[in-house]
Every structure is written in structure tokens, then in C-alpha cells.
Design a protein around this ligand. Structure first.
Ligand SMILES: [Fe+2]
Ligand SMILES: [Fe+2]
Length: 325
């Protein structure tokens, strides 16, 4: 198989996406509760048409391009802070290299959790149903994604970042014991905000072509995951026992807090020669950063409000996590 260039890959994915009438509808969560099987059949059909093997379709041997970013500057944690204006252009690009690797590592961590949640979700369900077959397809997608992110981190020659020990272990408990509505709420939080960032990054010509290719593949395949999780969460908030629905409402605040804390490993600041405490404080105080996270979470918060997940204590915690105005 010949390897398409990044531009050719972009055209390929755009053309296929445009030609697929389901594609626009994938992210559309409005409308009536659809049958589980009907949704899964459509997602399986879309998976058959738009799935990519990153090892084959991306050019991993091309060197990084001089002067290009690894993440759009406006989406970097320190953008528009006083420190940002003291940094040289090289140091800012260096920040983007480390921050992209840190987000990639968190992406792998999310995906490992998600894979376990999906396996638990289908454990008692009939294995020939479309709903289960789609979950297995999604797990296969996530396996390819995690390997793709790991390969990108390795090529970036940064340390392997990730959540701290506390978040790592609290999430060990979550991925083992969470209820179904809680699991799908966590899934959407992990998927939708990063998806929003990657949608801005893949068309951005200032960004490294390999990173753009990675984001493009991820955006196309994640659209299905978001649809599956939204449909299932919408259903669960109607059919799950009352205590499970209540748990999802309460725990979503903790998830939002975890998300905002793990997104960028603060070791990136030390590794590009900044004072870690100062950088963390400036990110926390940054109005631009808050606006970015709130914008990234907006579609999700609107959806969670609509299906009755986001209220009370959980809602207040979303706000204190900086994900809600
Ligand atoms: Fe993924
Ligand atoms: Fe996903």
C-alpha cells in the first residue's frame, strides 16, 4: 500500500466524511431516544468506511519541520499569561512540544480507562448484538489511538508525562467500580474537550504535519465514540436506577476537577526552564485559559444539562474546575 501524504490523507478523510450522510449526524445528540441496535448498526457501518491504521497512513519517518508548532499556540496553557510574553518563540514552541506530549499521555490514560469501562459495560450483554460489536470496534479504535499517541510521544523525545499518583489511583477505583451512567459521563468528558481542541488543530497550517494527521484520524473516529456514549448516557438517564443517576450527577463534578488538574502535567514547565510554581499559578489565574476550557466543554455541558446530569453540587464543582462560566 502506498502511503498518502498528509495533504492527500486530509482530502481523503474530508471527501469520505462529506460523502457519508451519517457523518454530520454523528455529533448531533438532539432528537428522540433511538434504539440501541439502530445506533450501533449505523456506527458499525461508519466504522467500516472510515477507520485508519496510523502506522500505515501517517509518515512517521519525516523529520519534524523547523518552526512549526506541536499544538496551536492559543490552546497552550500559558498563552497570553505574563510568562508567555517573556518567553522566546523557540521556548514557546518547546512548550508546545512538551504540552502536546503531556496531553498525549493523558489521552492514553483516558483511553485505557475507557477500554476497561467498555469491557465492563458489555460483559453481561449478548455478544452478537450490534451494541456489543460496536463497543468491541470502539475498543479496537482506542487500541490504535493509544499506540499512535505513544509513537508520537516517543518521536517527540520528551519524558513520558501523565497524571500524578493520586489521580492515577483514584481513577483505578473509578474504572473498576463506576456505575454505567457515571462511566459514560466520564467518557464524554475525556473525549469531547480534547476533540474540540483537535478539531481546531488539524486544519492549522502552523502545526506539524504529523500532529495534524494524528488529530484528523482521531477526530473522525472519535465522532462515533461521542455518539455512542451520548446515546447510551441519554438512555441511562431514563432507565438506570435512581441511585445510579444520582451518583452520576454527584461524581461528574469530581471528574471535571480531575480533568482540569491532569490535562497538563506541571513537569512540562520545569522541563522547558520555567519556574513550575509560578507557571502553575499563572495558568490558574489566566482568563484566556478559562475561556478556552469553557469553550471546549460547552457542547458537553449543554448536553449534560439537557439530559439532567449537570445540576446541584456537581454543577458547582464544574464551575470551580473552570469548565463552566
Ligand atoms: Fe481515542
Ligand atoms: Fe474514544
Amino acid at each position: 500500500m502506498t502511503r498518502p501524504t498528509t495533504a492527500a490523507l486530509a482530502d481523503l478523510i474530508d471527501t469520505e466524511a462529506r460523502n457519508d450522510p451519517d457523518f454530520d449526524a454523528l455529533r448531533d445528540s438532539l432528537g428522540a431516544l433511538k434504539s440501541r441496535e439502530e445506533v450501533a448498526e449505523r456506527l458499525l457501518a461508519s466504522s467500516a468506511k472510515h477507520s485508519y491504521d496510523p502506522d500505515k497512513v501517517l509518515d512517521w519517518d519525516a523529520p519534524w519541520e523547523e518552526g512549526k508548532w506541536f499544538w496551536p499556540p492559543e490552546l497552550l496553557s500559558l498563552y497570553d499569561t505574563p510568562l508567555w510574553y517573556q518567553m522566546s518563540e523557540e521556548q514557546r514552541i518547546e512548550l508546545s512540544r512538551h504540552e502536546a506530549a503531556a496531553i498525549g499521555a493523558v489521552g492514553i490514560w483516558f483511553e485505557l480507562i475507557l477500554m476497561q469501562l467498555l469491557v465492563r459495560h458489555i460483559y453481561d450483554k449478548p455478544s452478537t448484538s450490534a451494541h456489543v460489536r460496536y463497543a468491541l470496534t470502539e475498543i479496537a479504535d482506542e487500541c490504535r489511538h493509544s499506540m499512535m499517541f505513544a509513537r508520537a510521544i516517543e518521536k517527540s523525545e520528551t519524558p513520558v508525562y501523565g497524571p500524578n499518583r493520586l489521580h492515577h489511583n483514584v481513577s483505578r477505583f473509578f474504572k473498576t467500580f463506576s456505575t454505567t451512567p457515571g462511566s459514560f459521563t466520564g467518557t464524554l468528558l475525556g473525549e469531547e474537550v480534547l476533540d474540540w481542541m483537535q478539531r481546531l488543530s488539524f486544519p492549522d497550517e502552523r502545526v506539524q504535519p504529523l500532529i495534524r494527521g494524528i488529530h484528523r484520524i482521531h477526530v473522525v473516529e472519535e465522532a462515533r465514540h461521542v455518539r455512542y456514549a451520548r446515546e447510551e448516557l441519554r438512555r441511562q438517564m431514563k432507565v438506570a436506577p435512581r441511585w445510579e443517576r444520582q451518583m452520576a450527577r454527584m461524581s461528574c463534578g469530581g471528574m471535571a476537577r480531575t480533568f482540569s488538574e491532569v490535562l497538563v502535567d506541571p513537569r512540562v514547565y520545569t522541563n522547558i526552564g520555567l519556574d513550575r510554581a509560578e507557571a502553575v499559578a499563572q495558568v490558574k489565574a489566566s482568563a484566556h485559559r478559562r475561556a478556552v476550557l469553557q469553550e471546549g466543554a460547552k457542547r458537553l455541558t449543554t448536553f449534560l444539562e439537557e439530559i439532567g446530569v449537570l445540576n446541584g453540587l456537581g454543577r458547582r464543582m464544574w464551575r470551580s474546575a473552570g469548565l463552566l462560566a
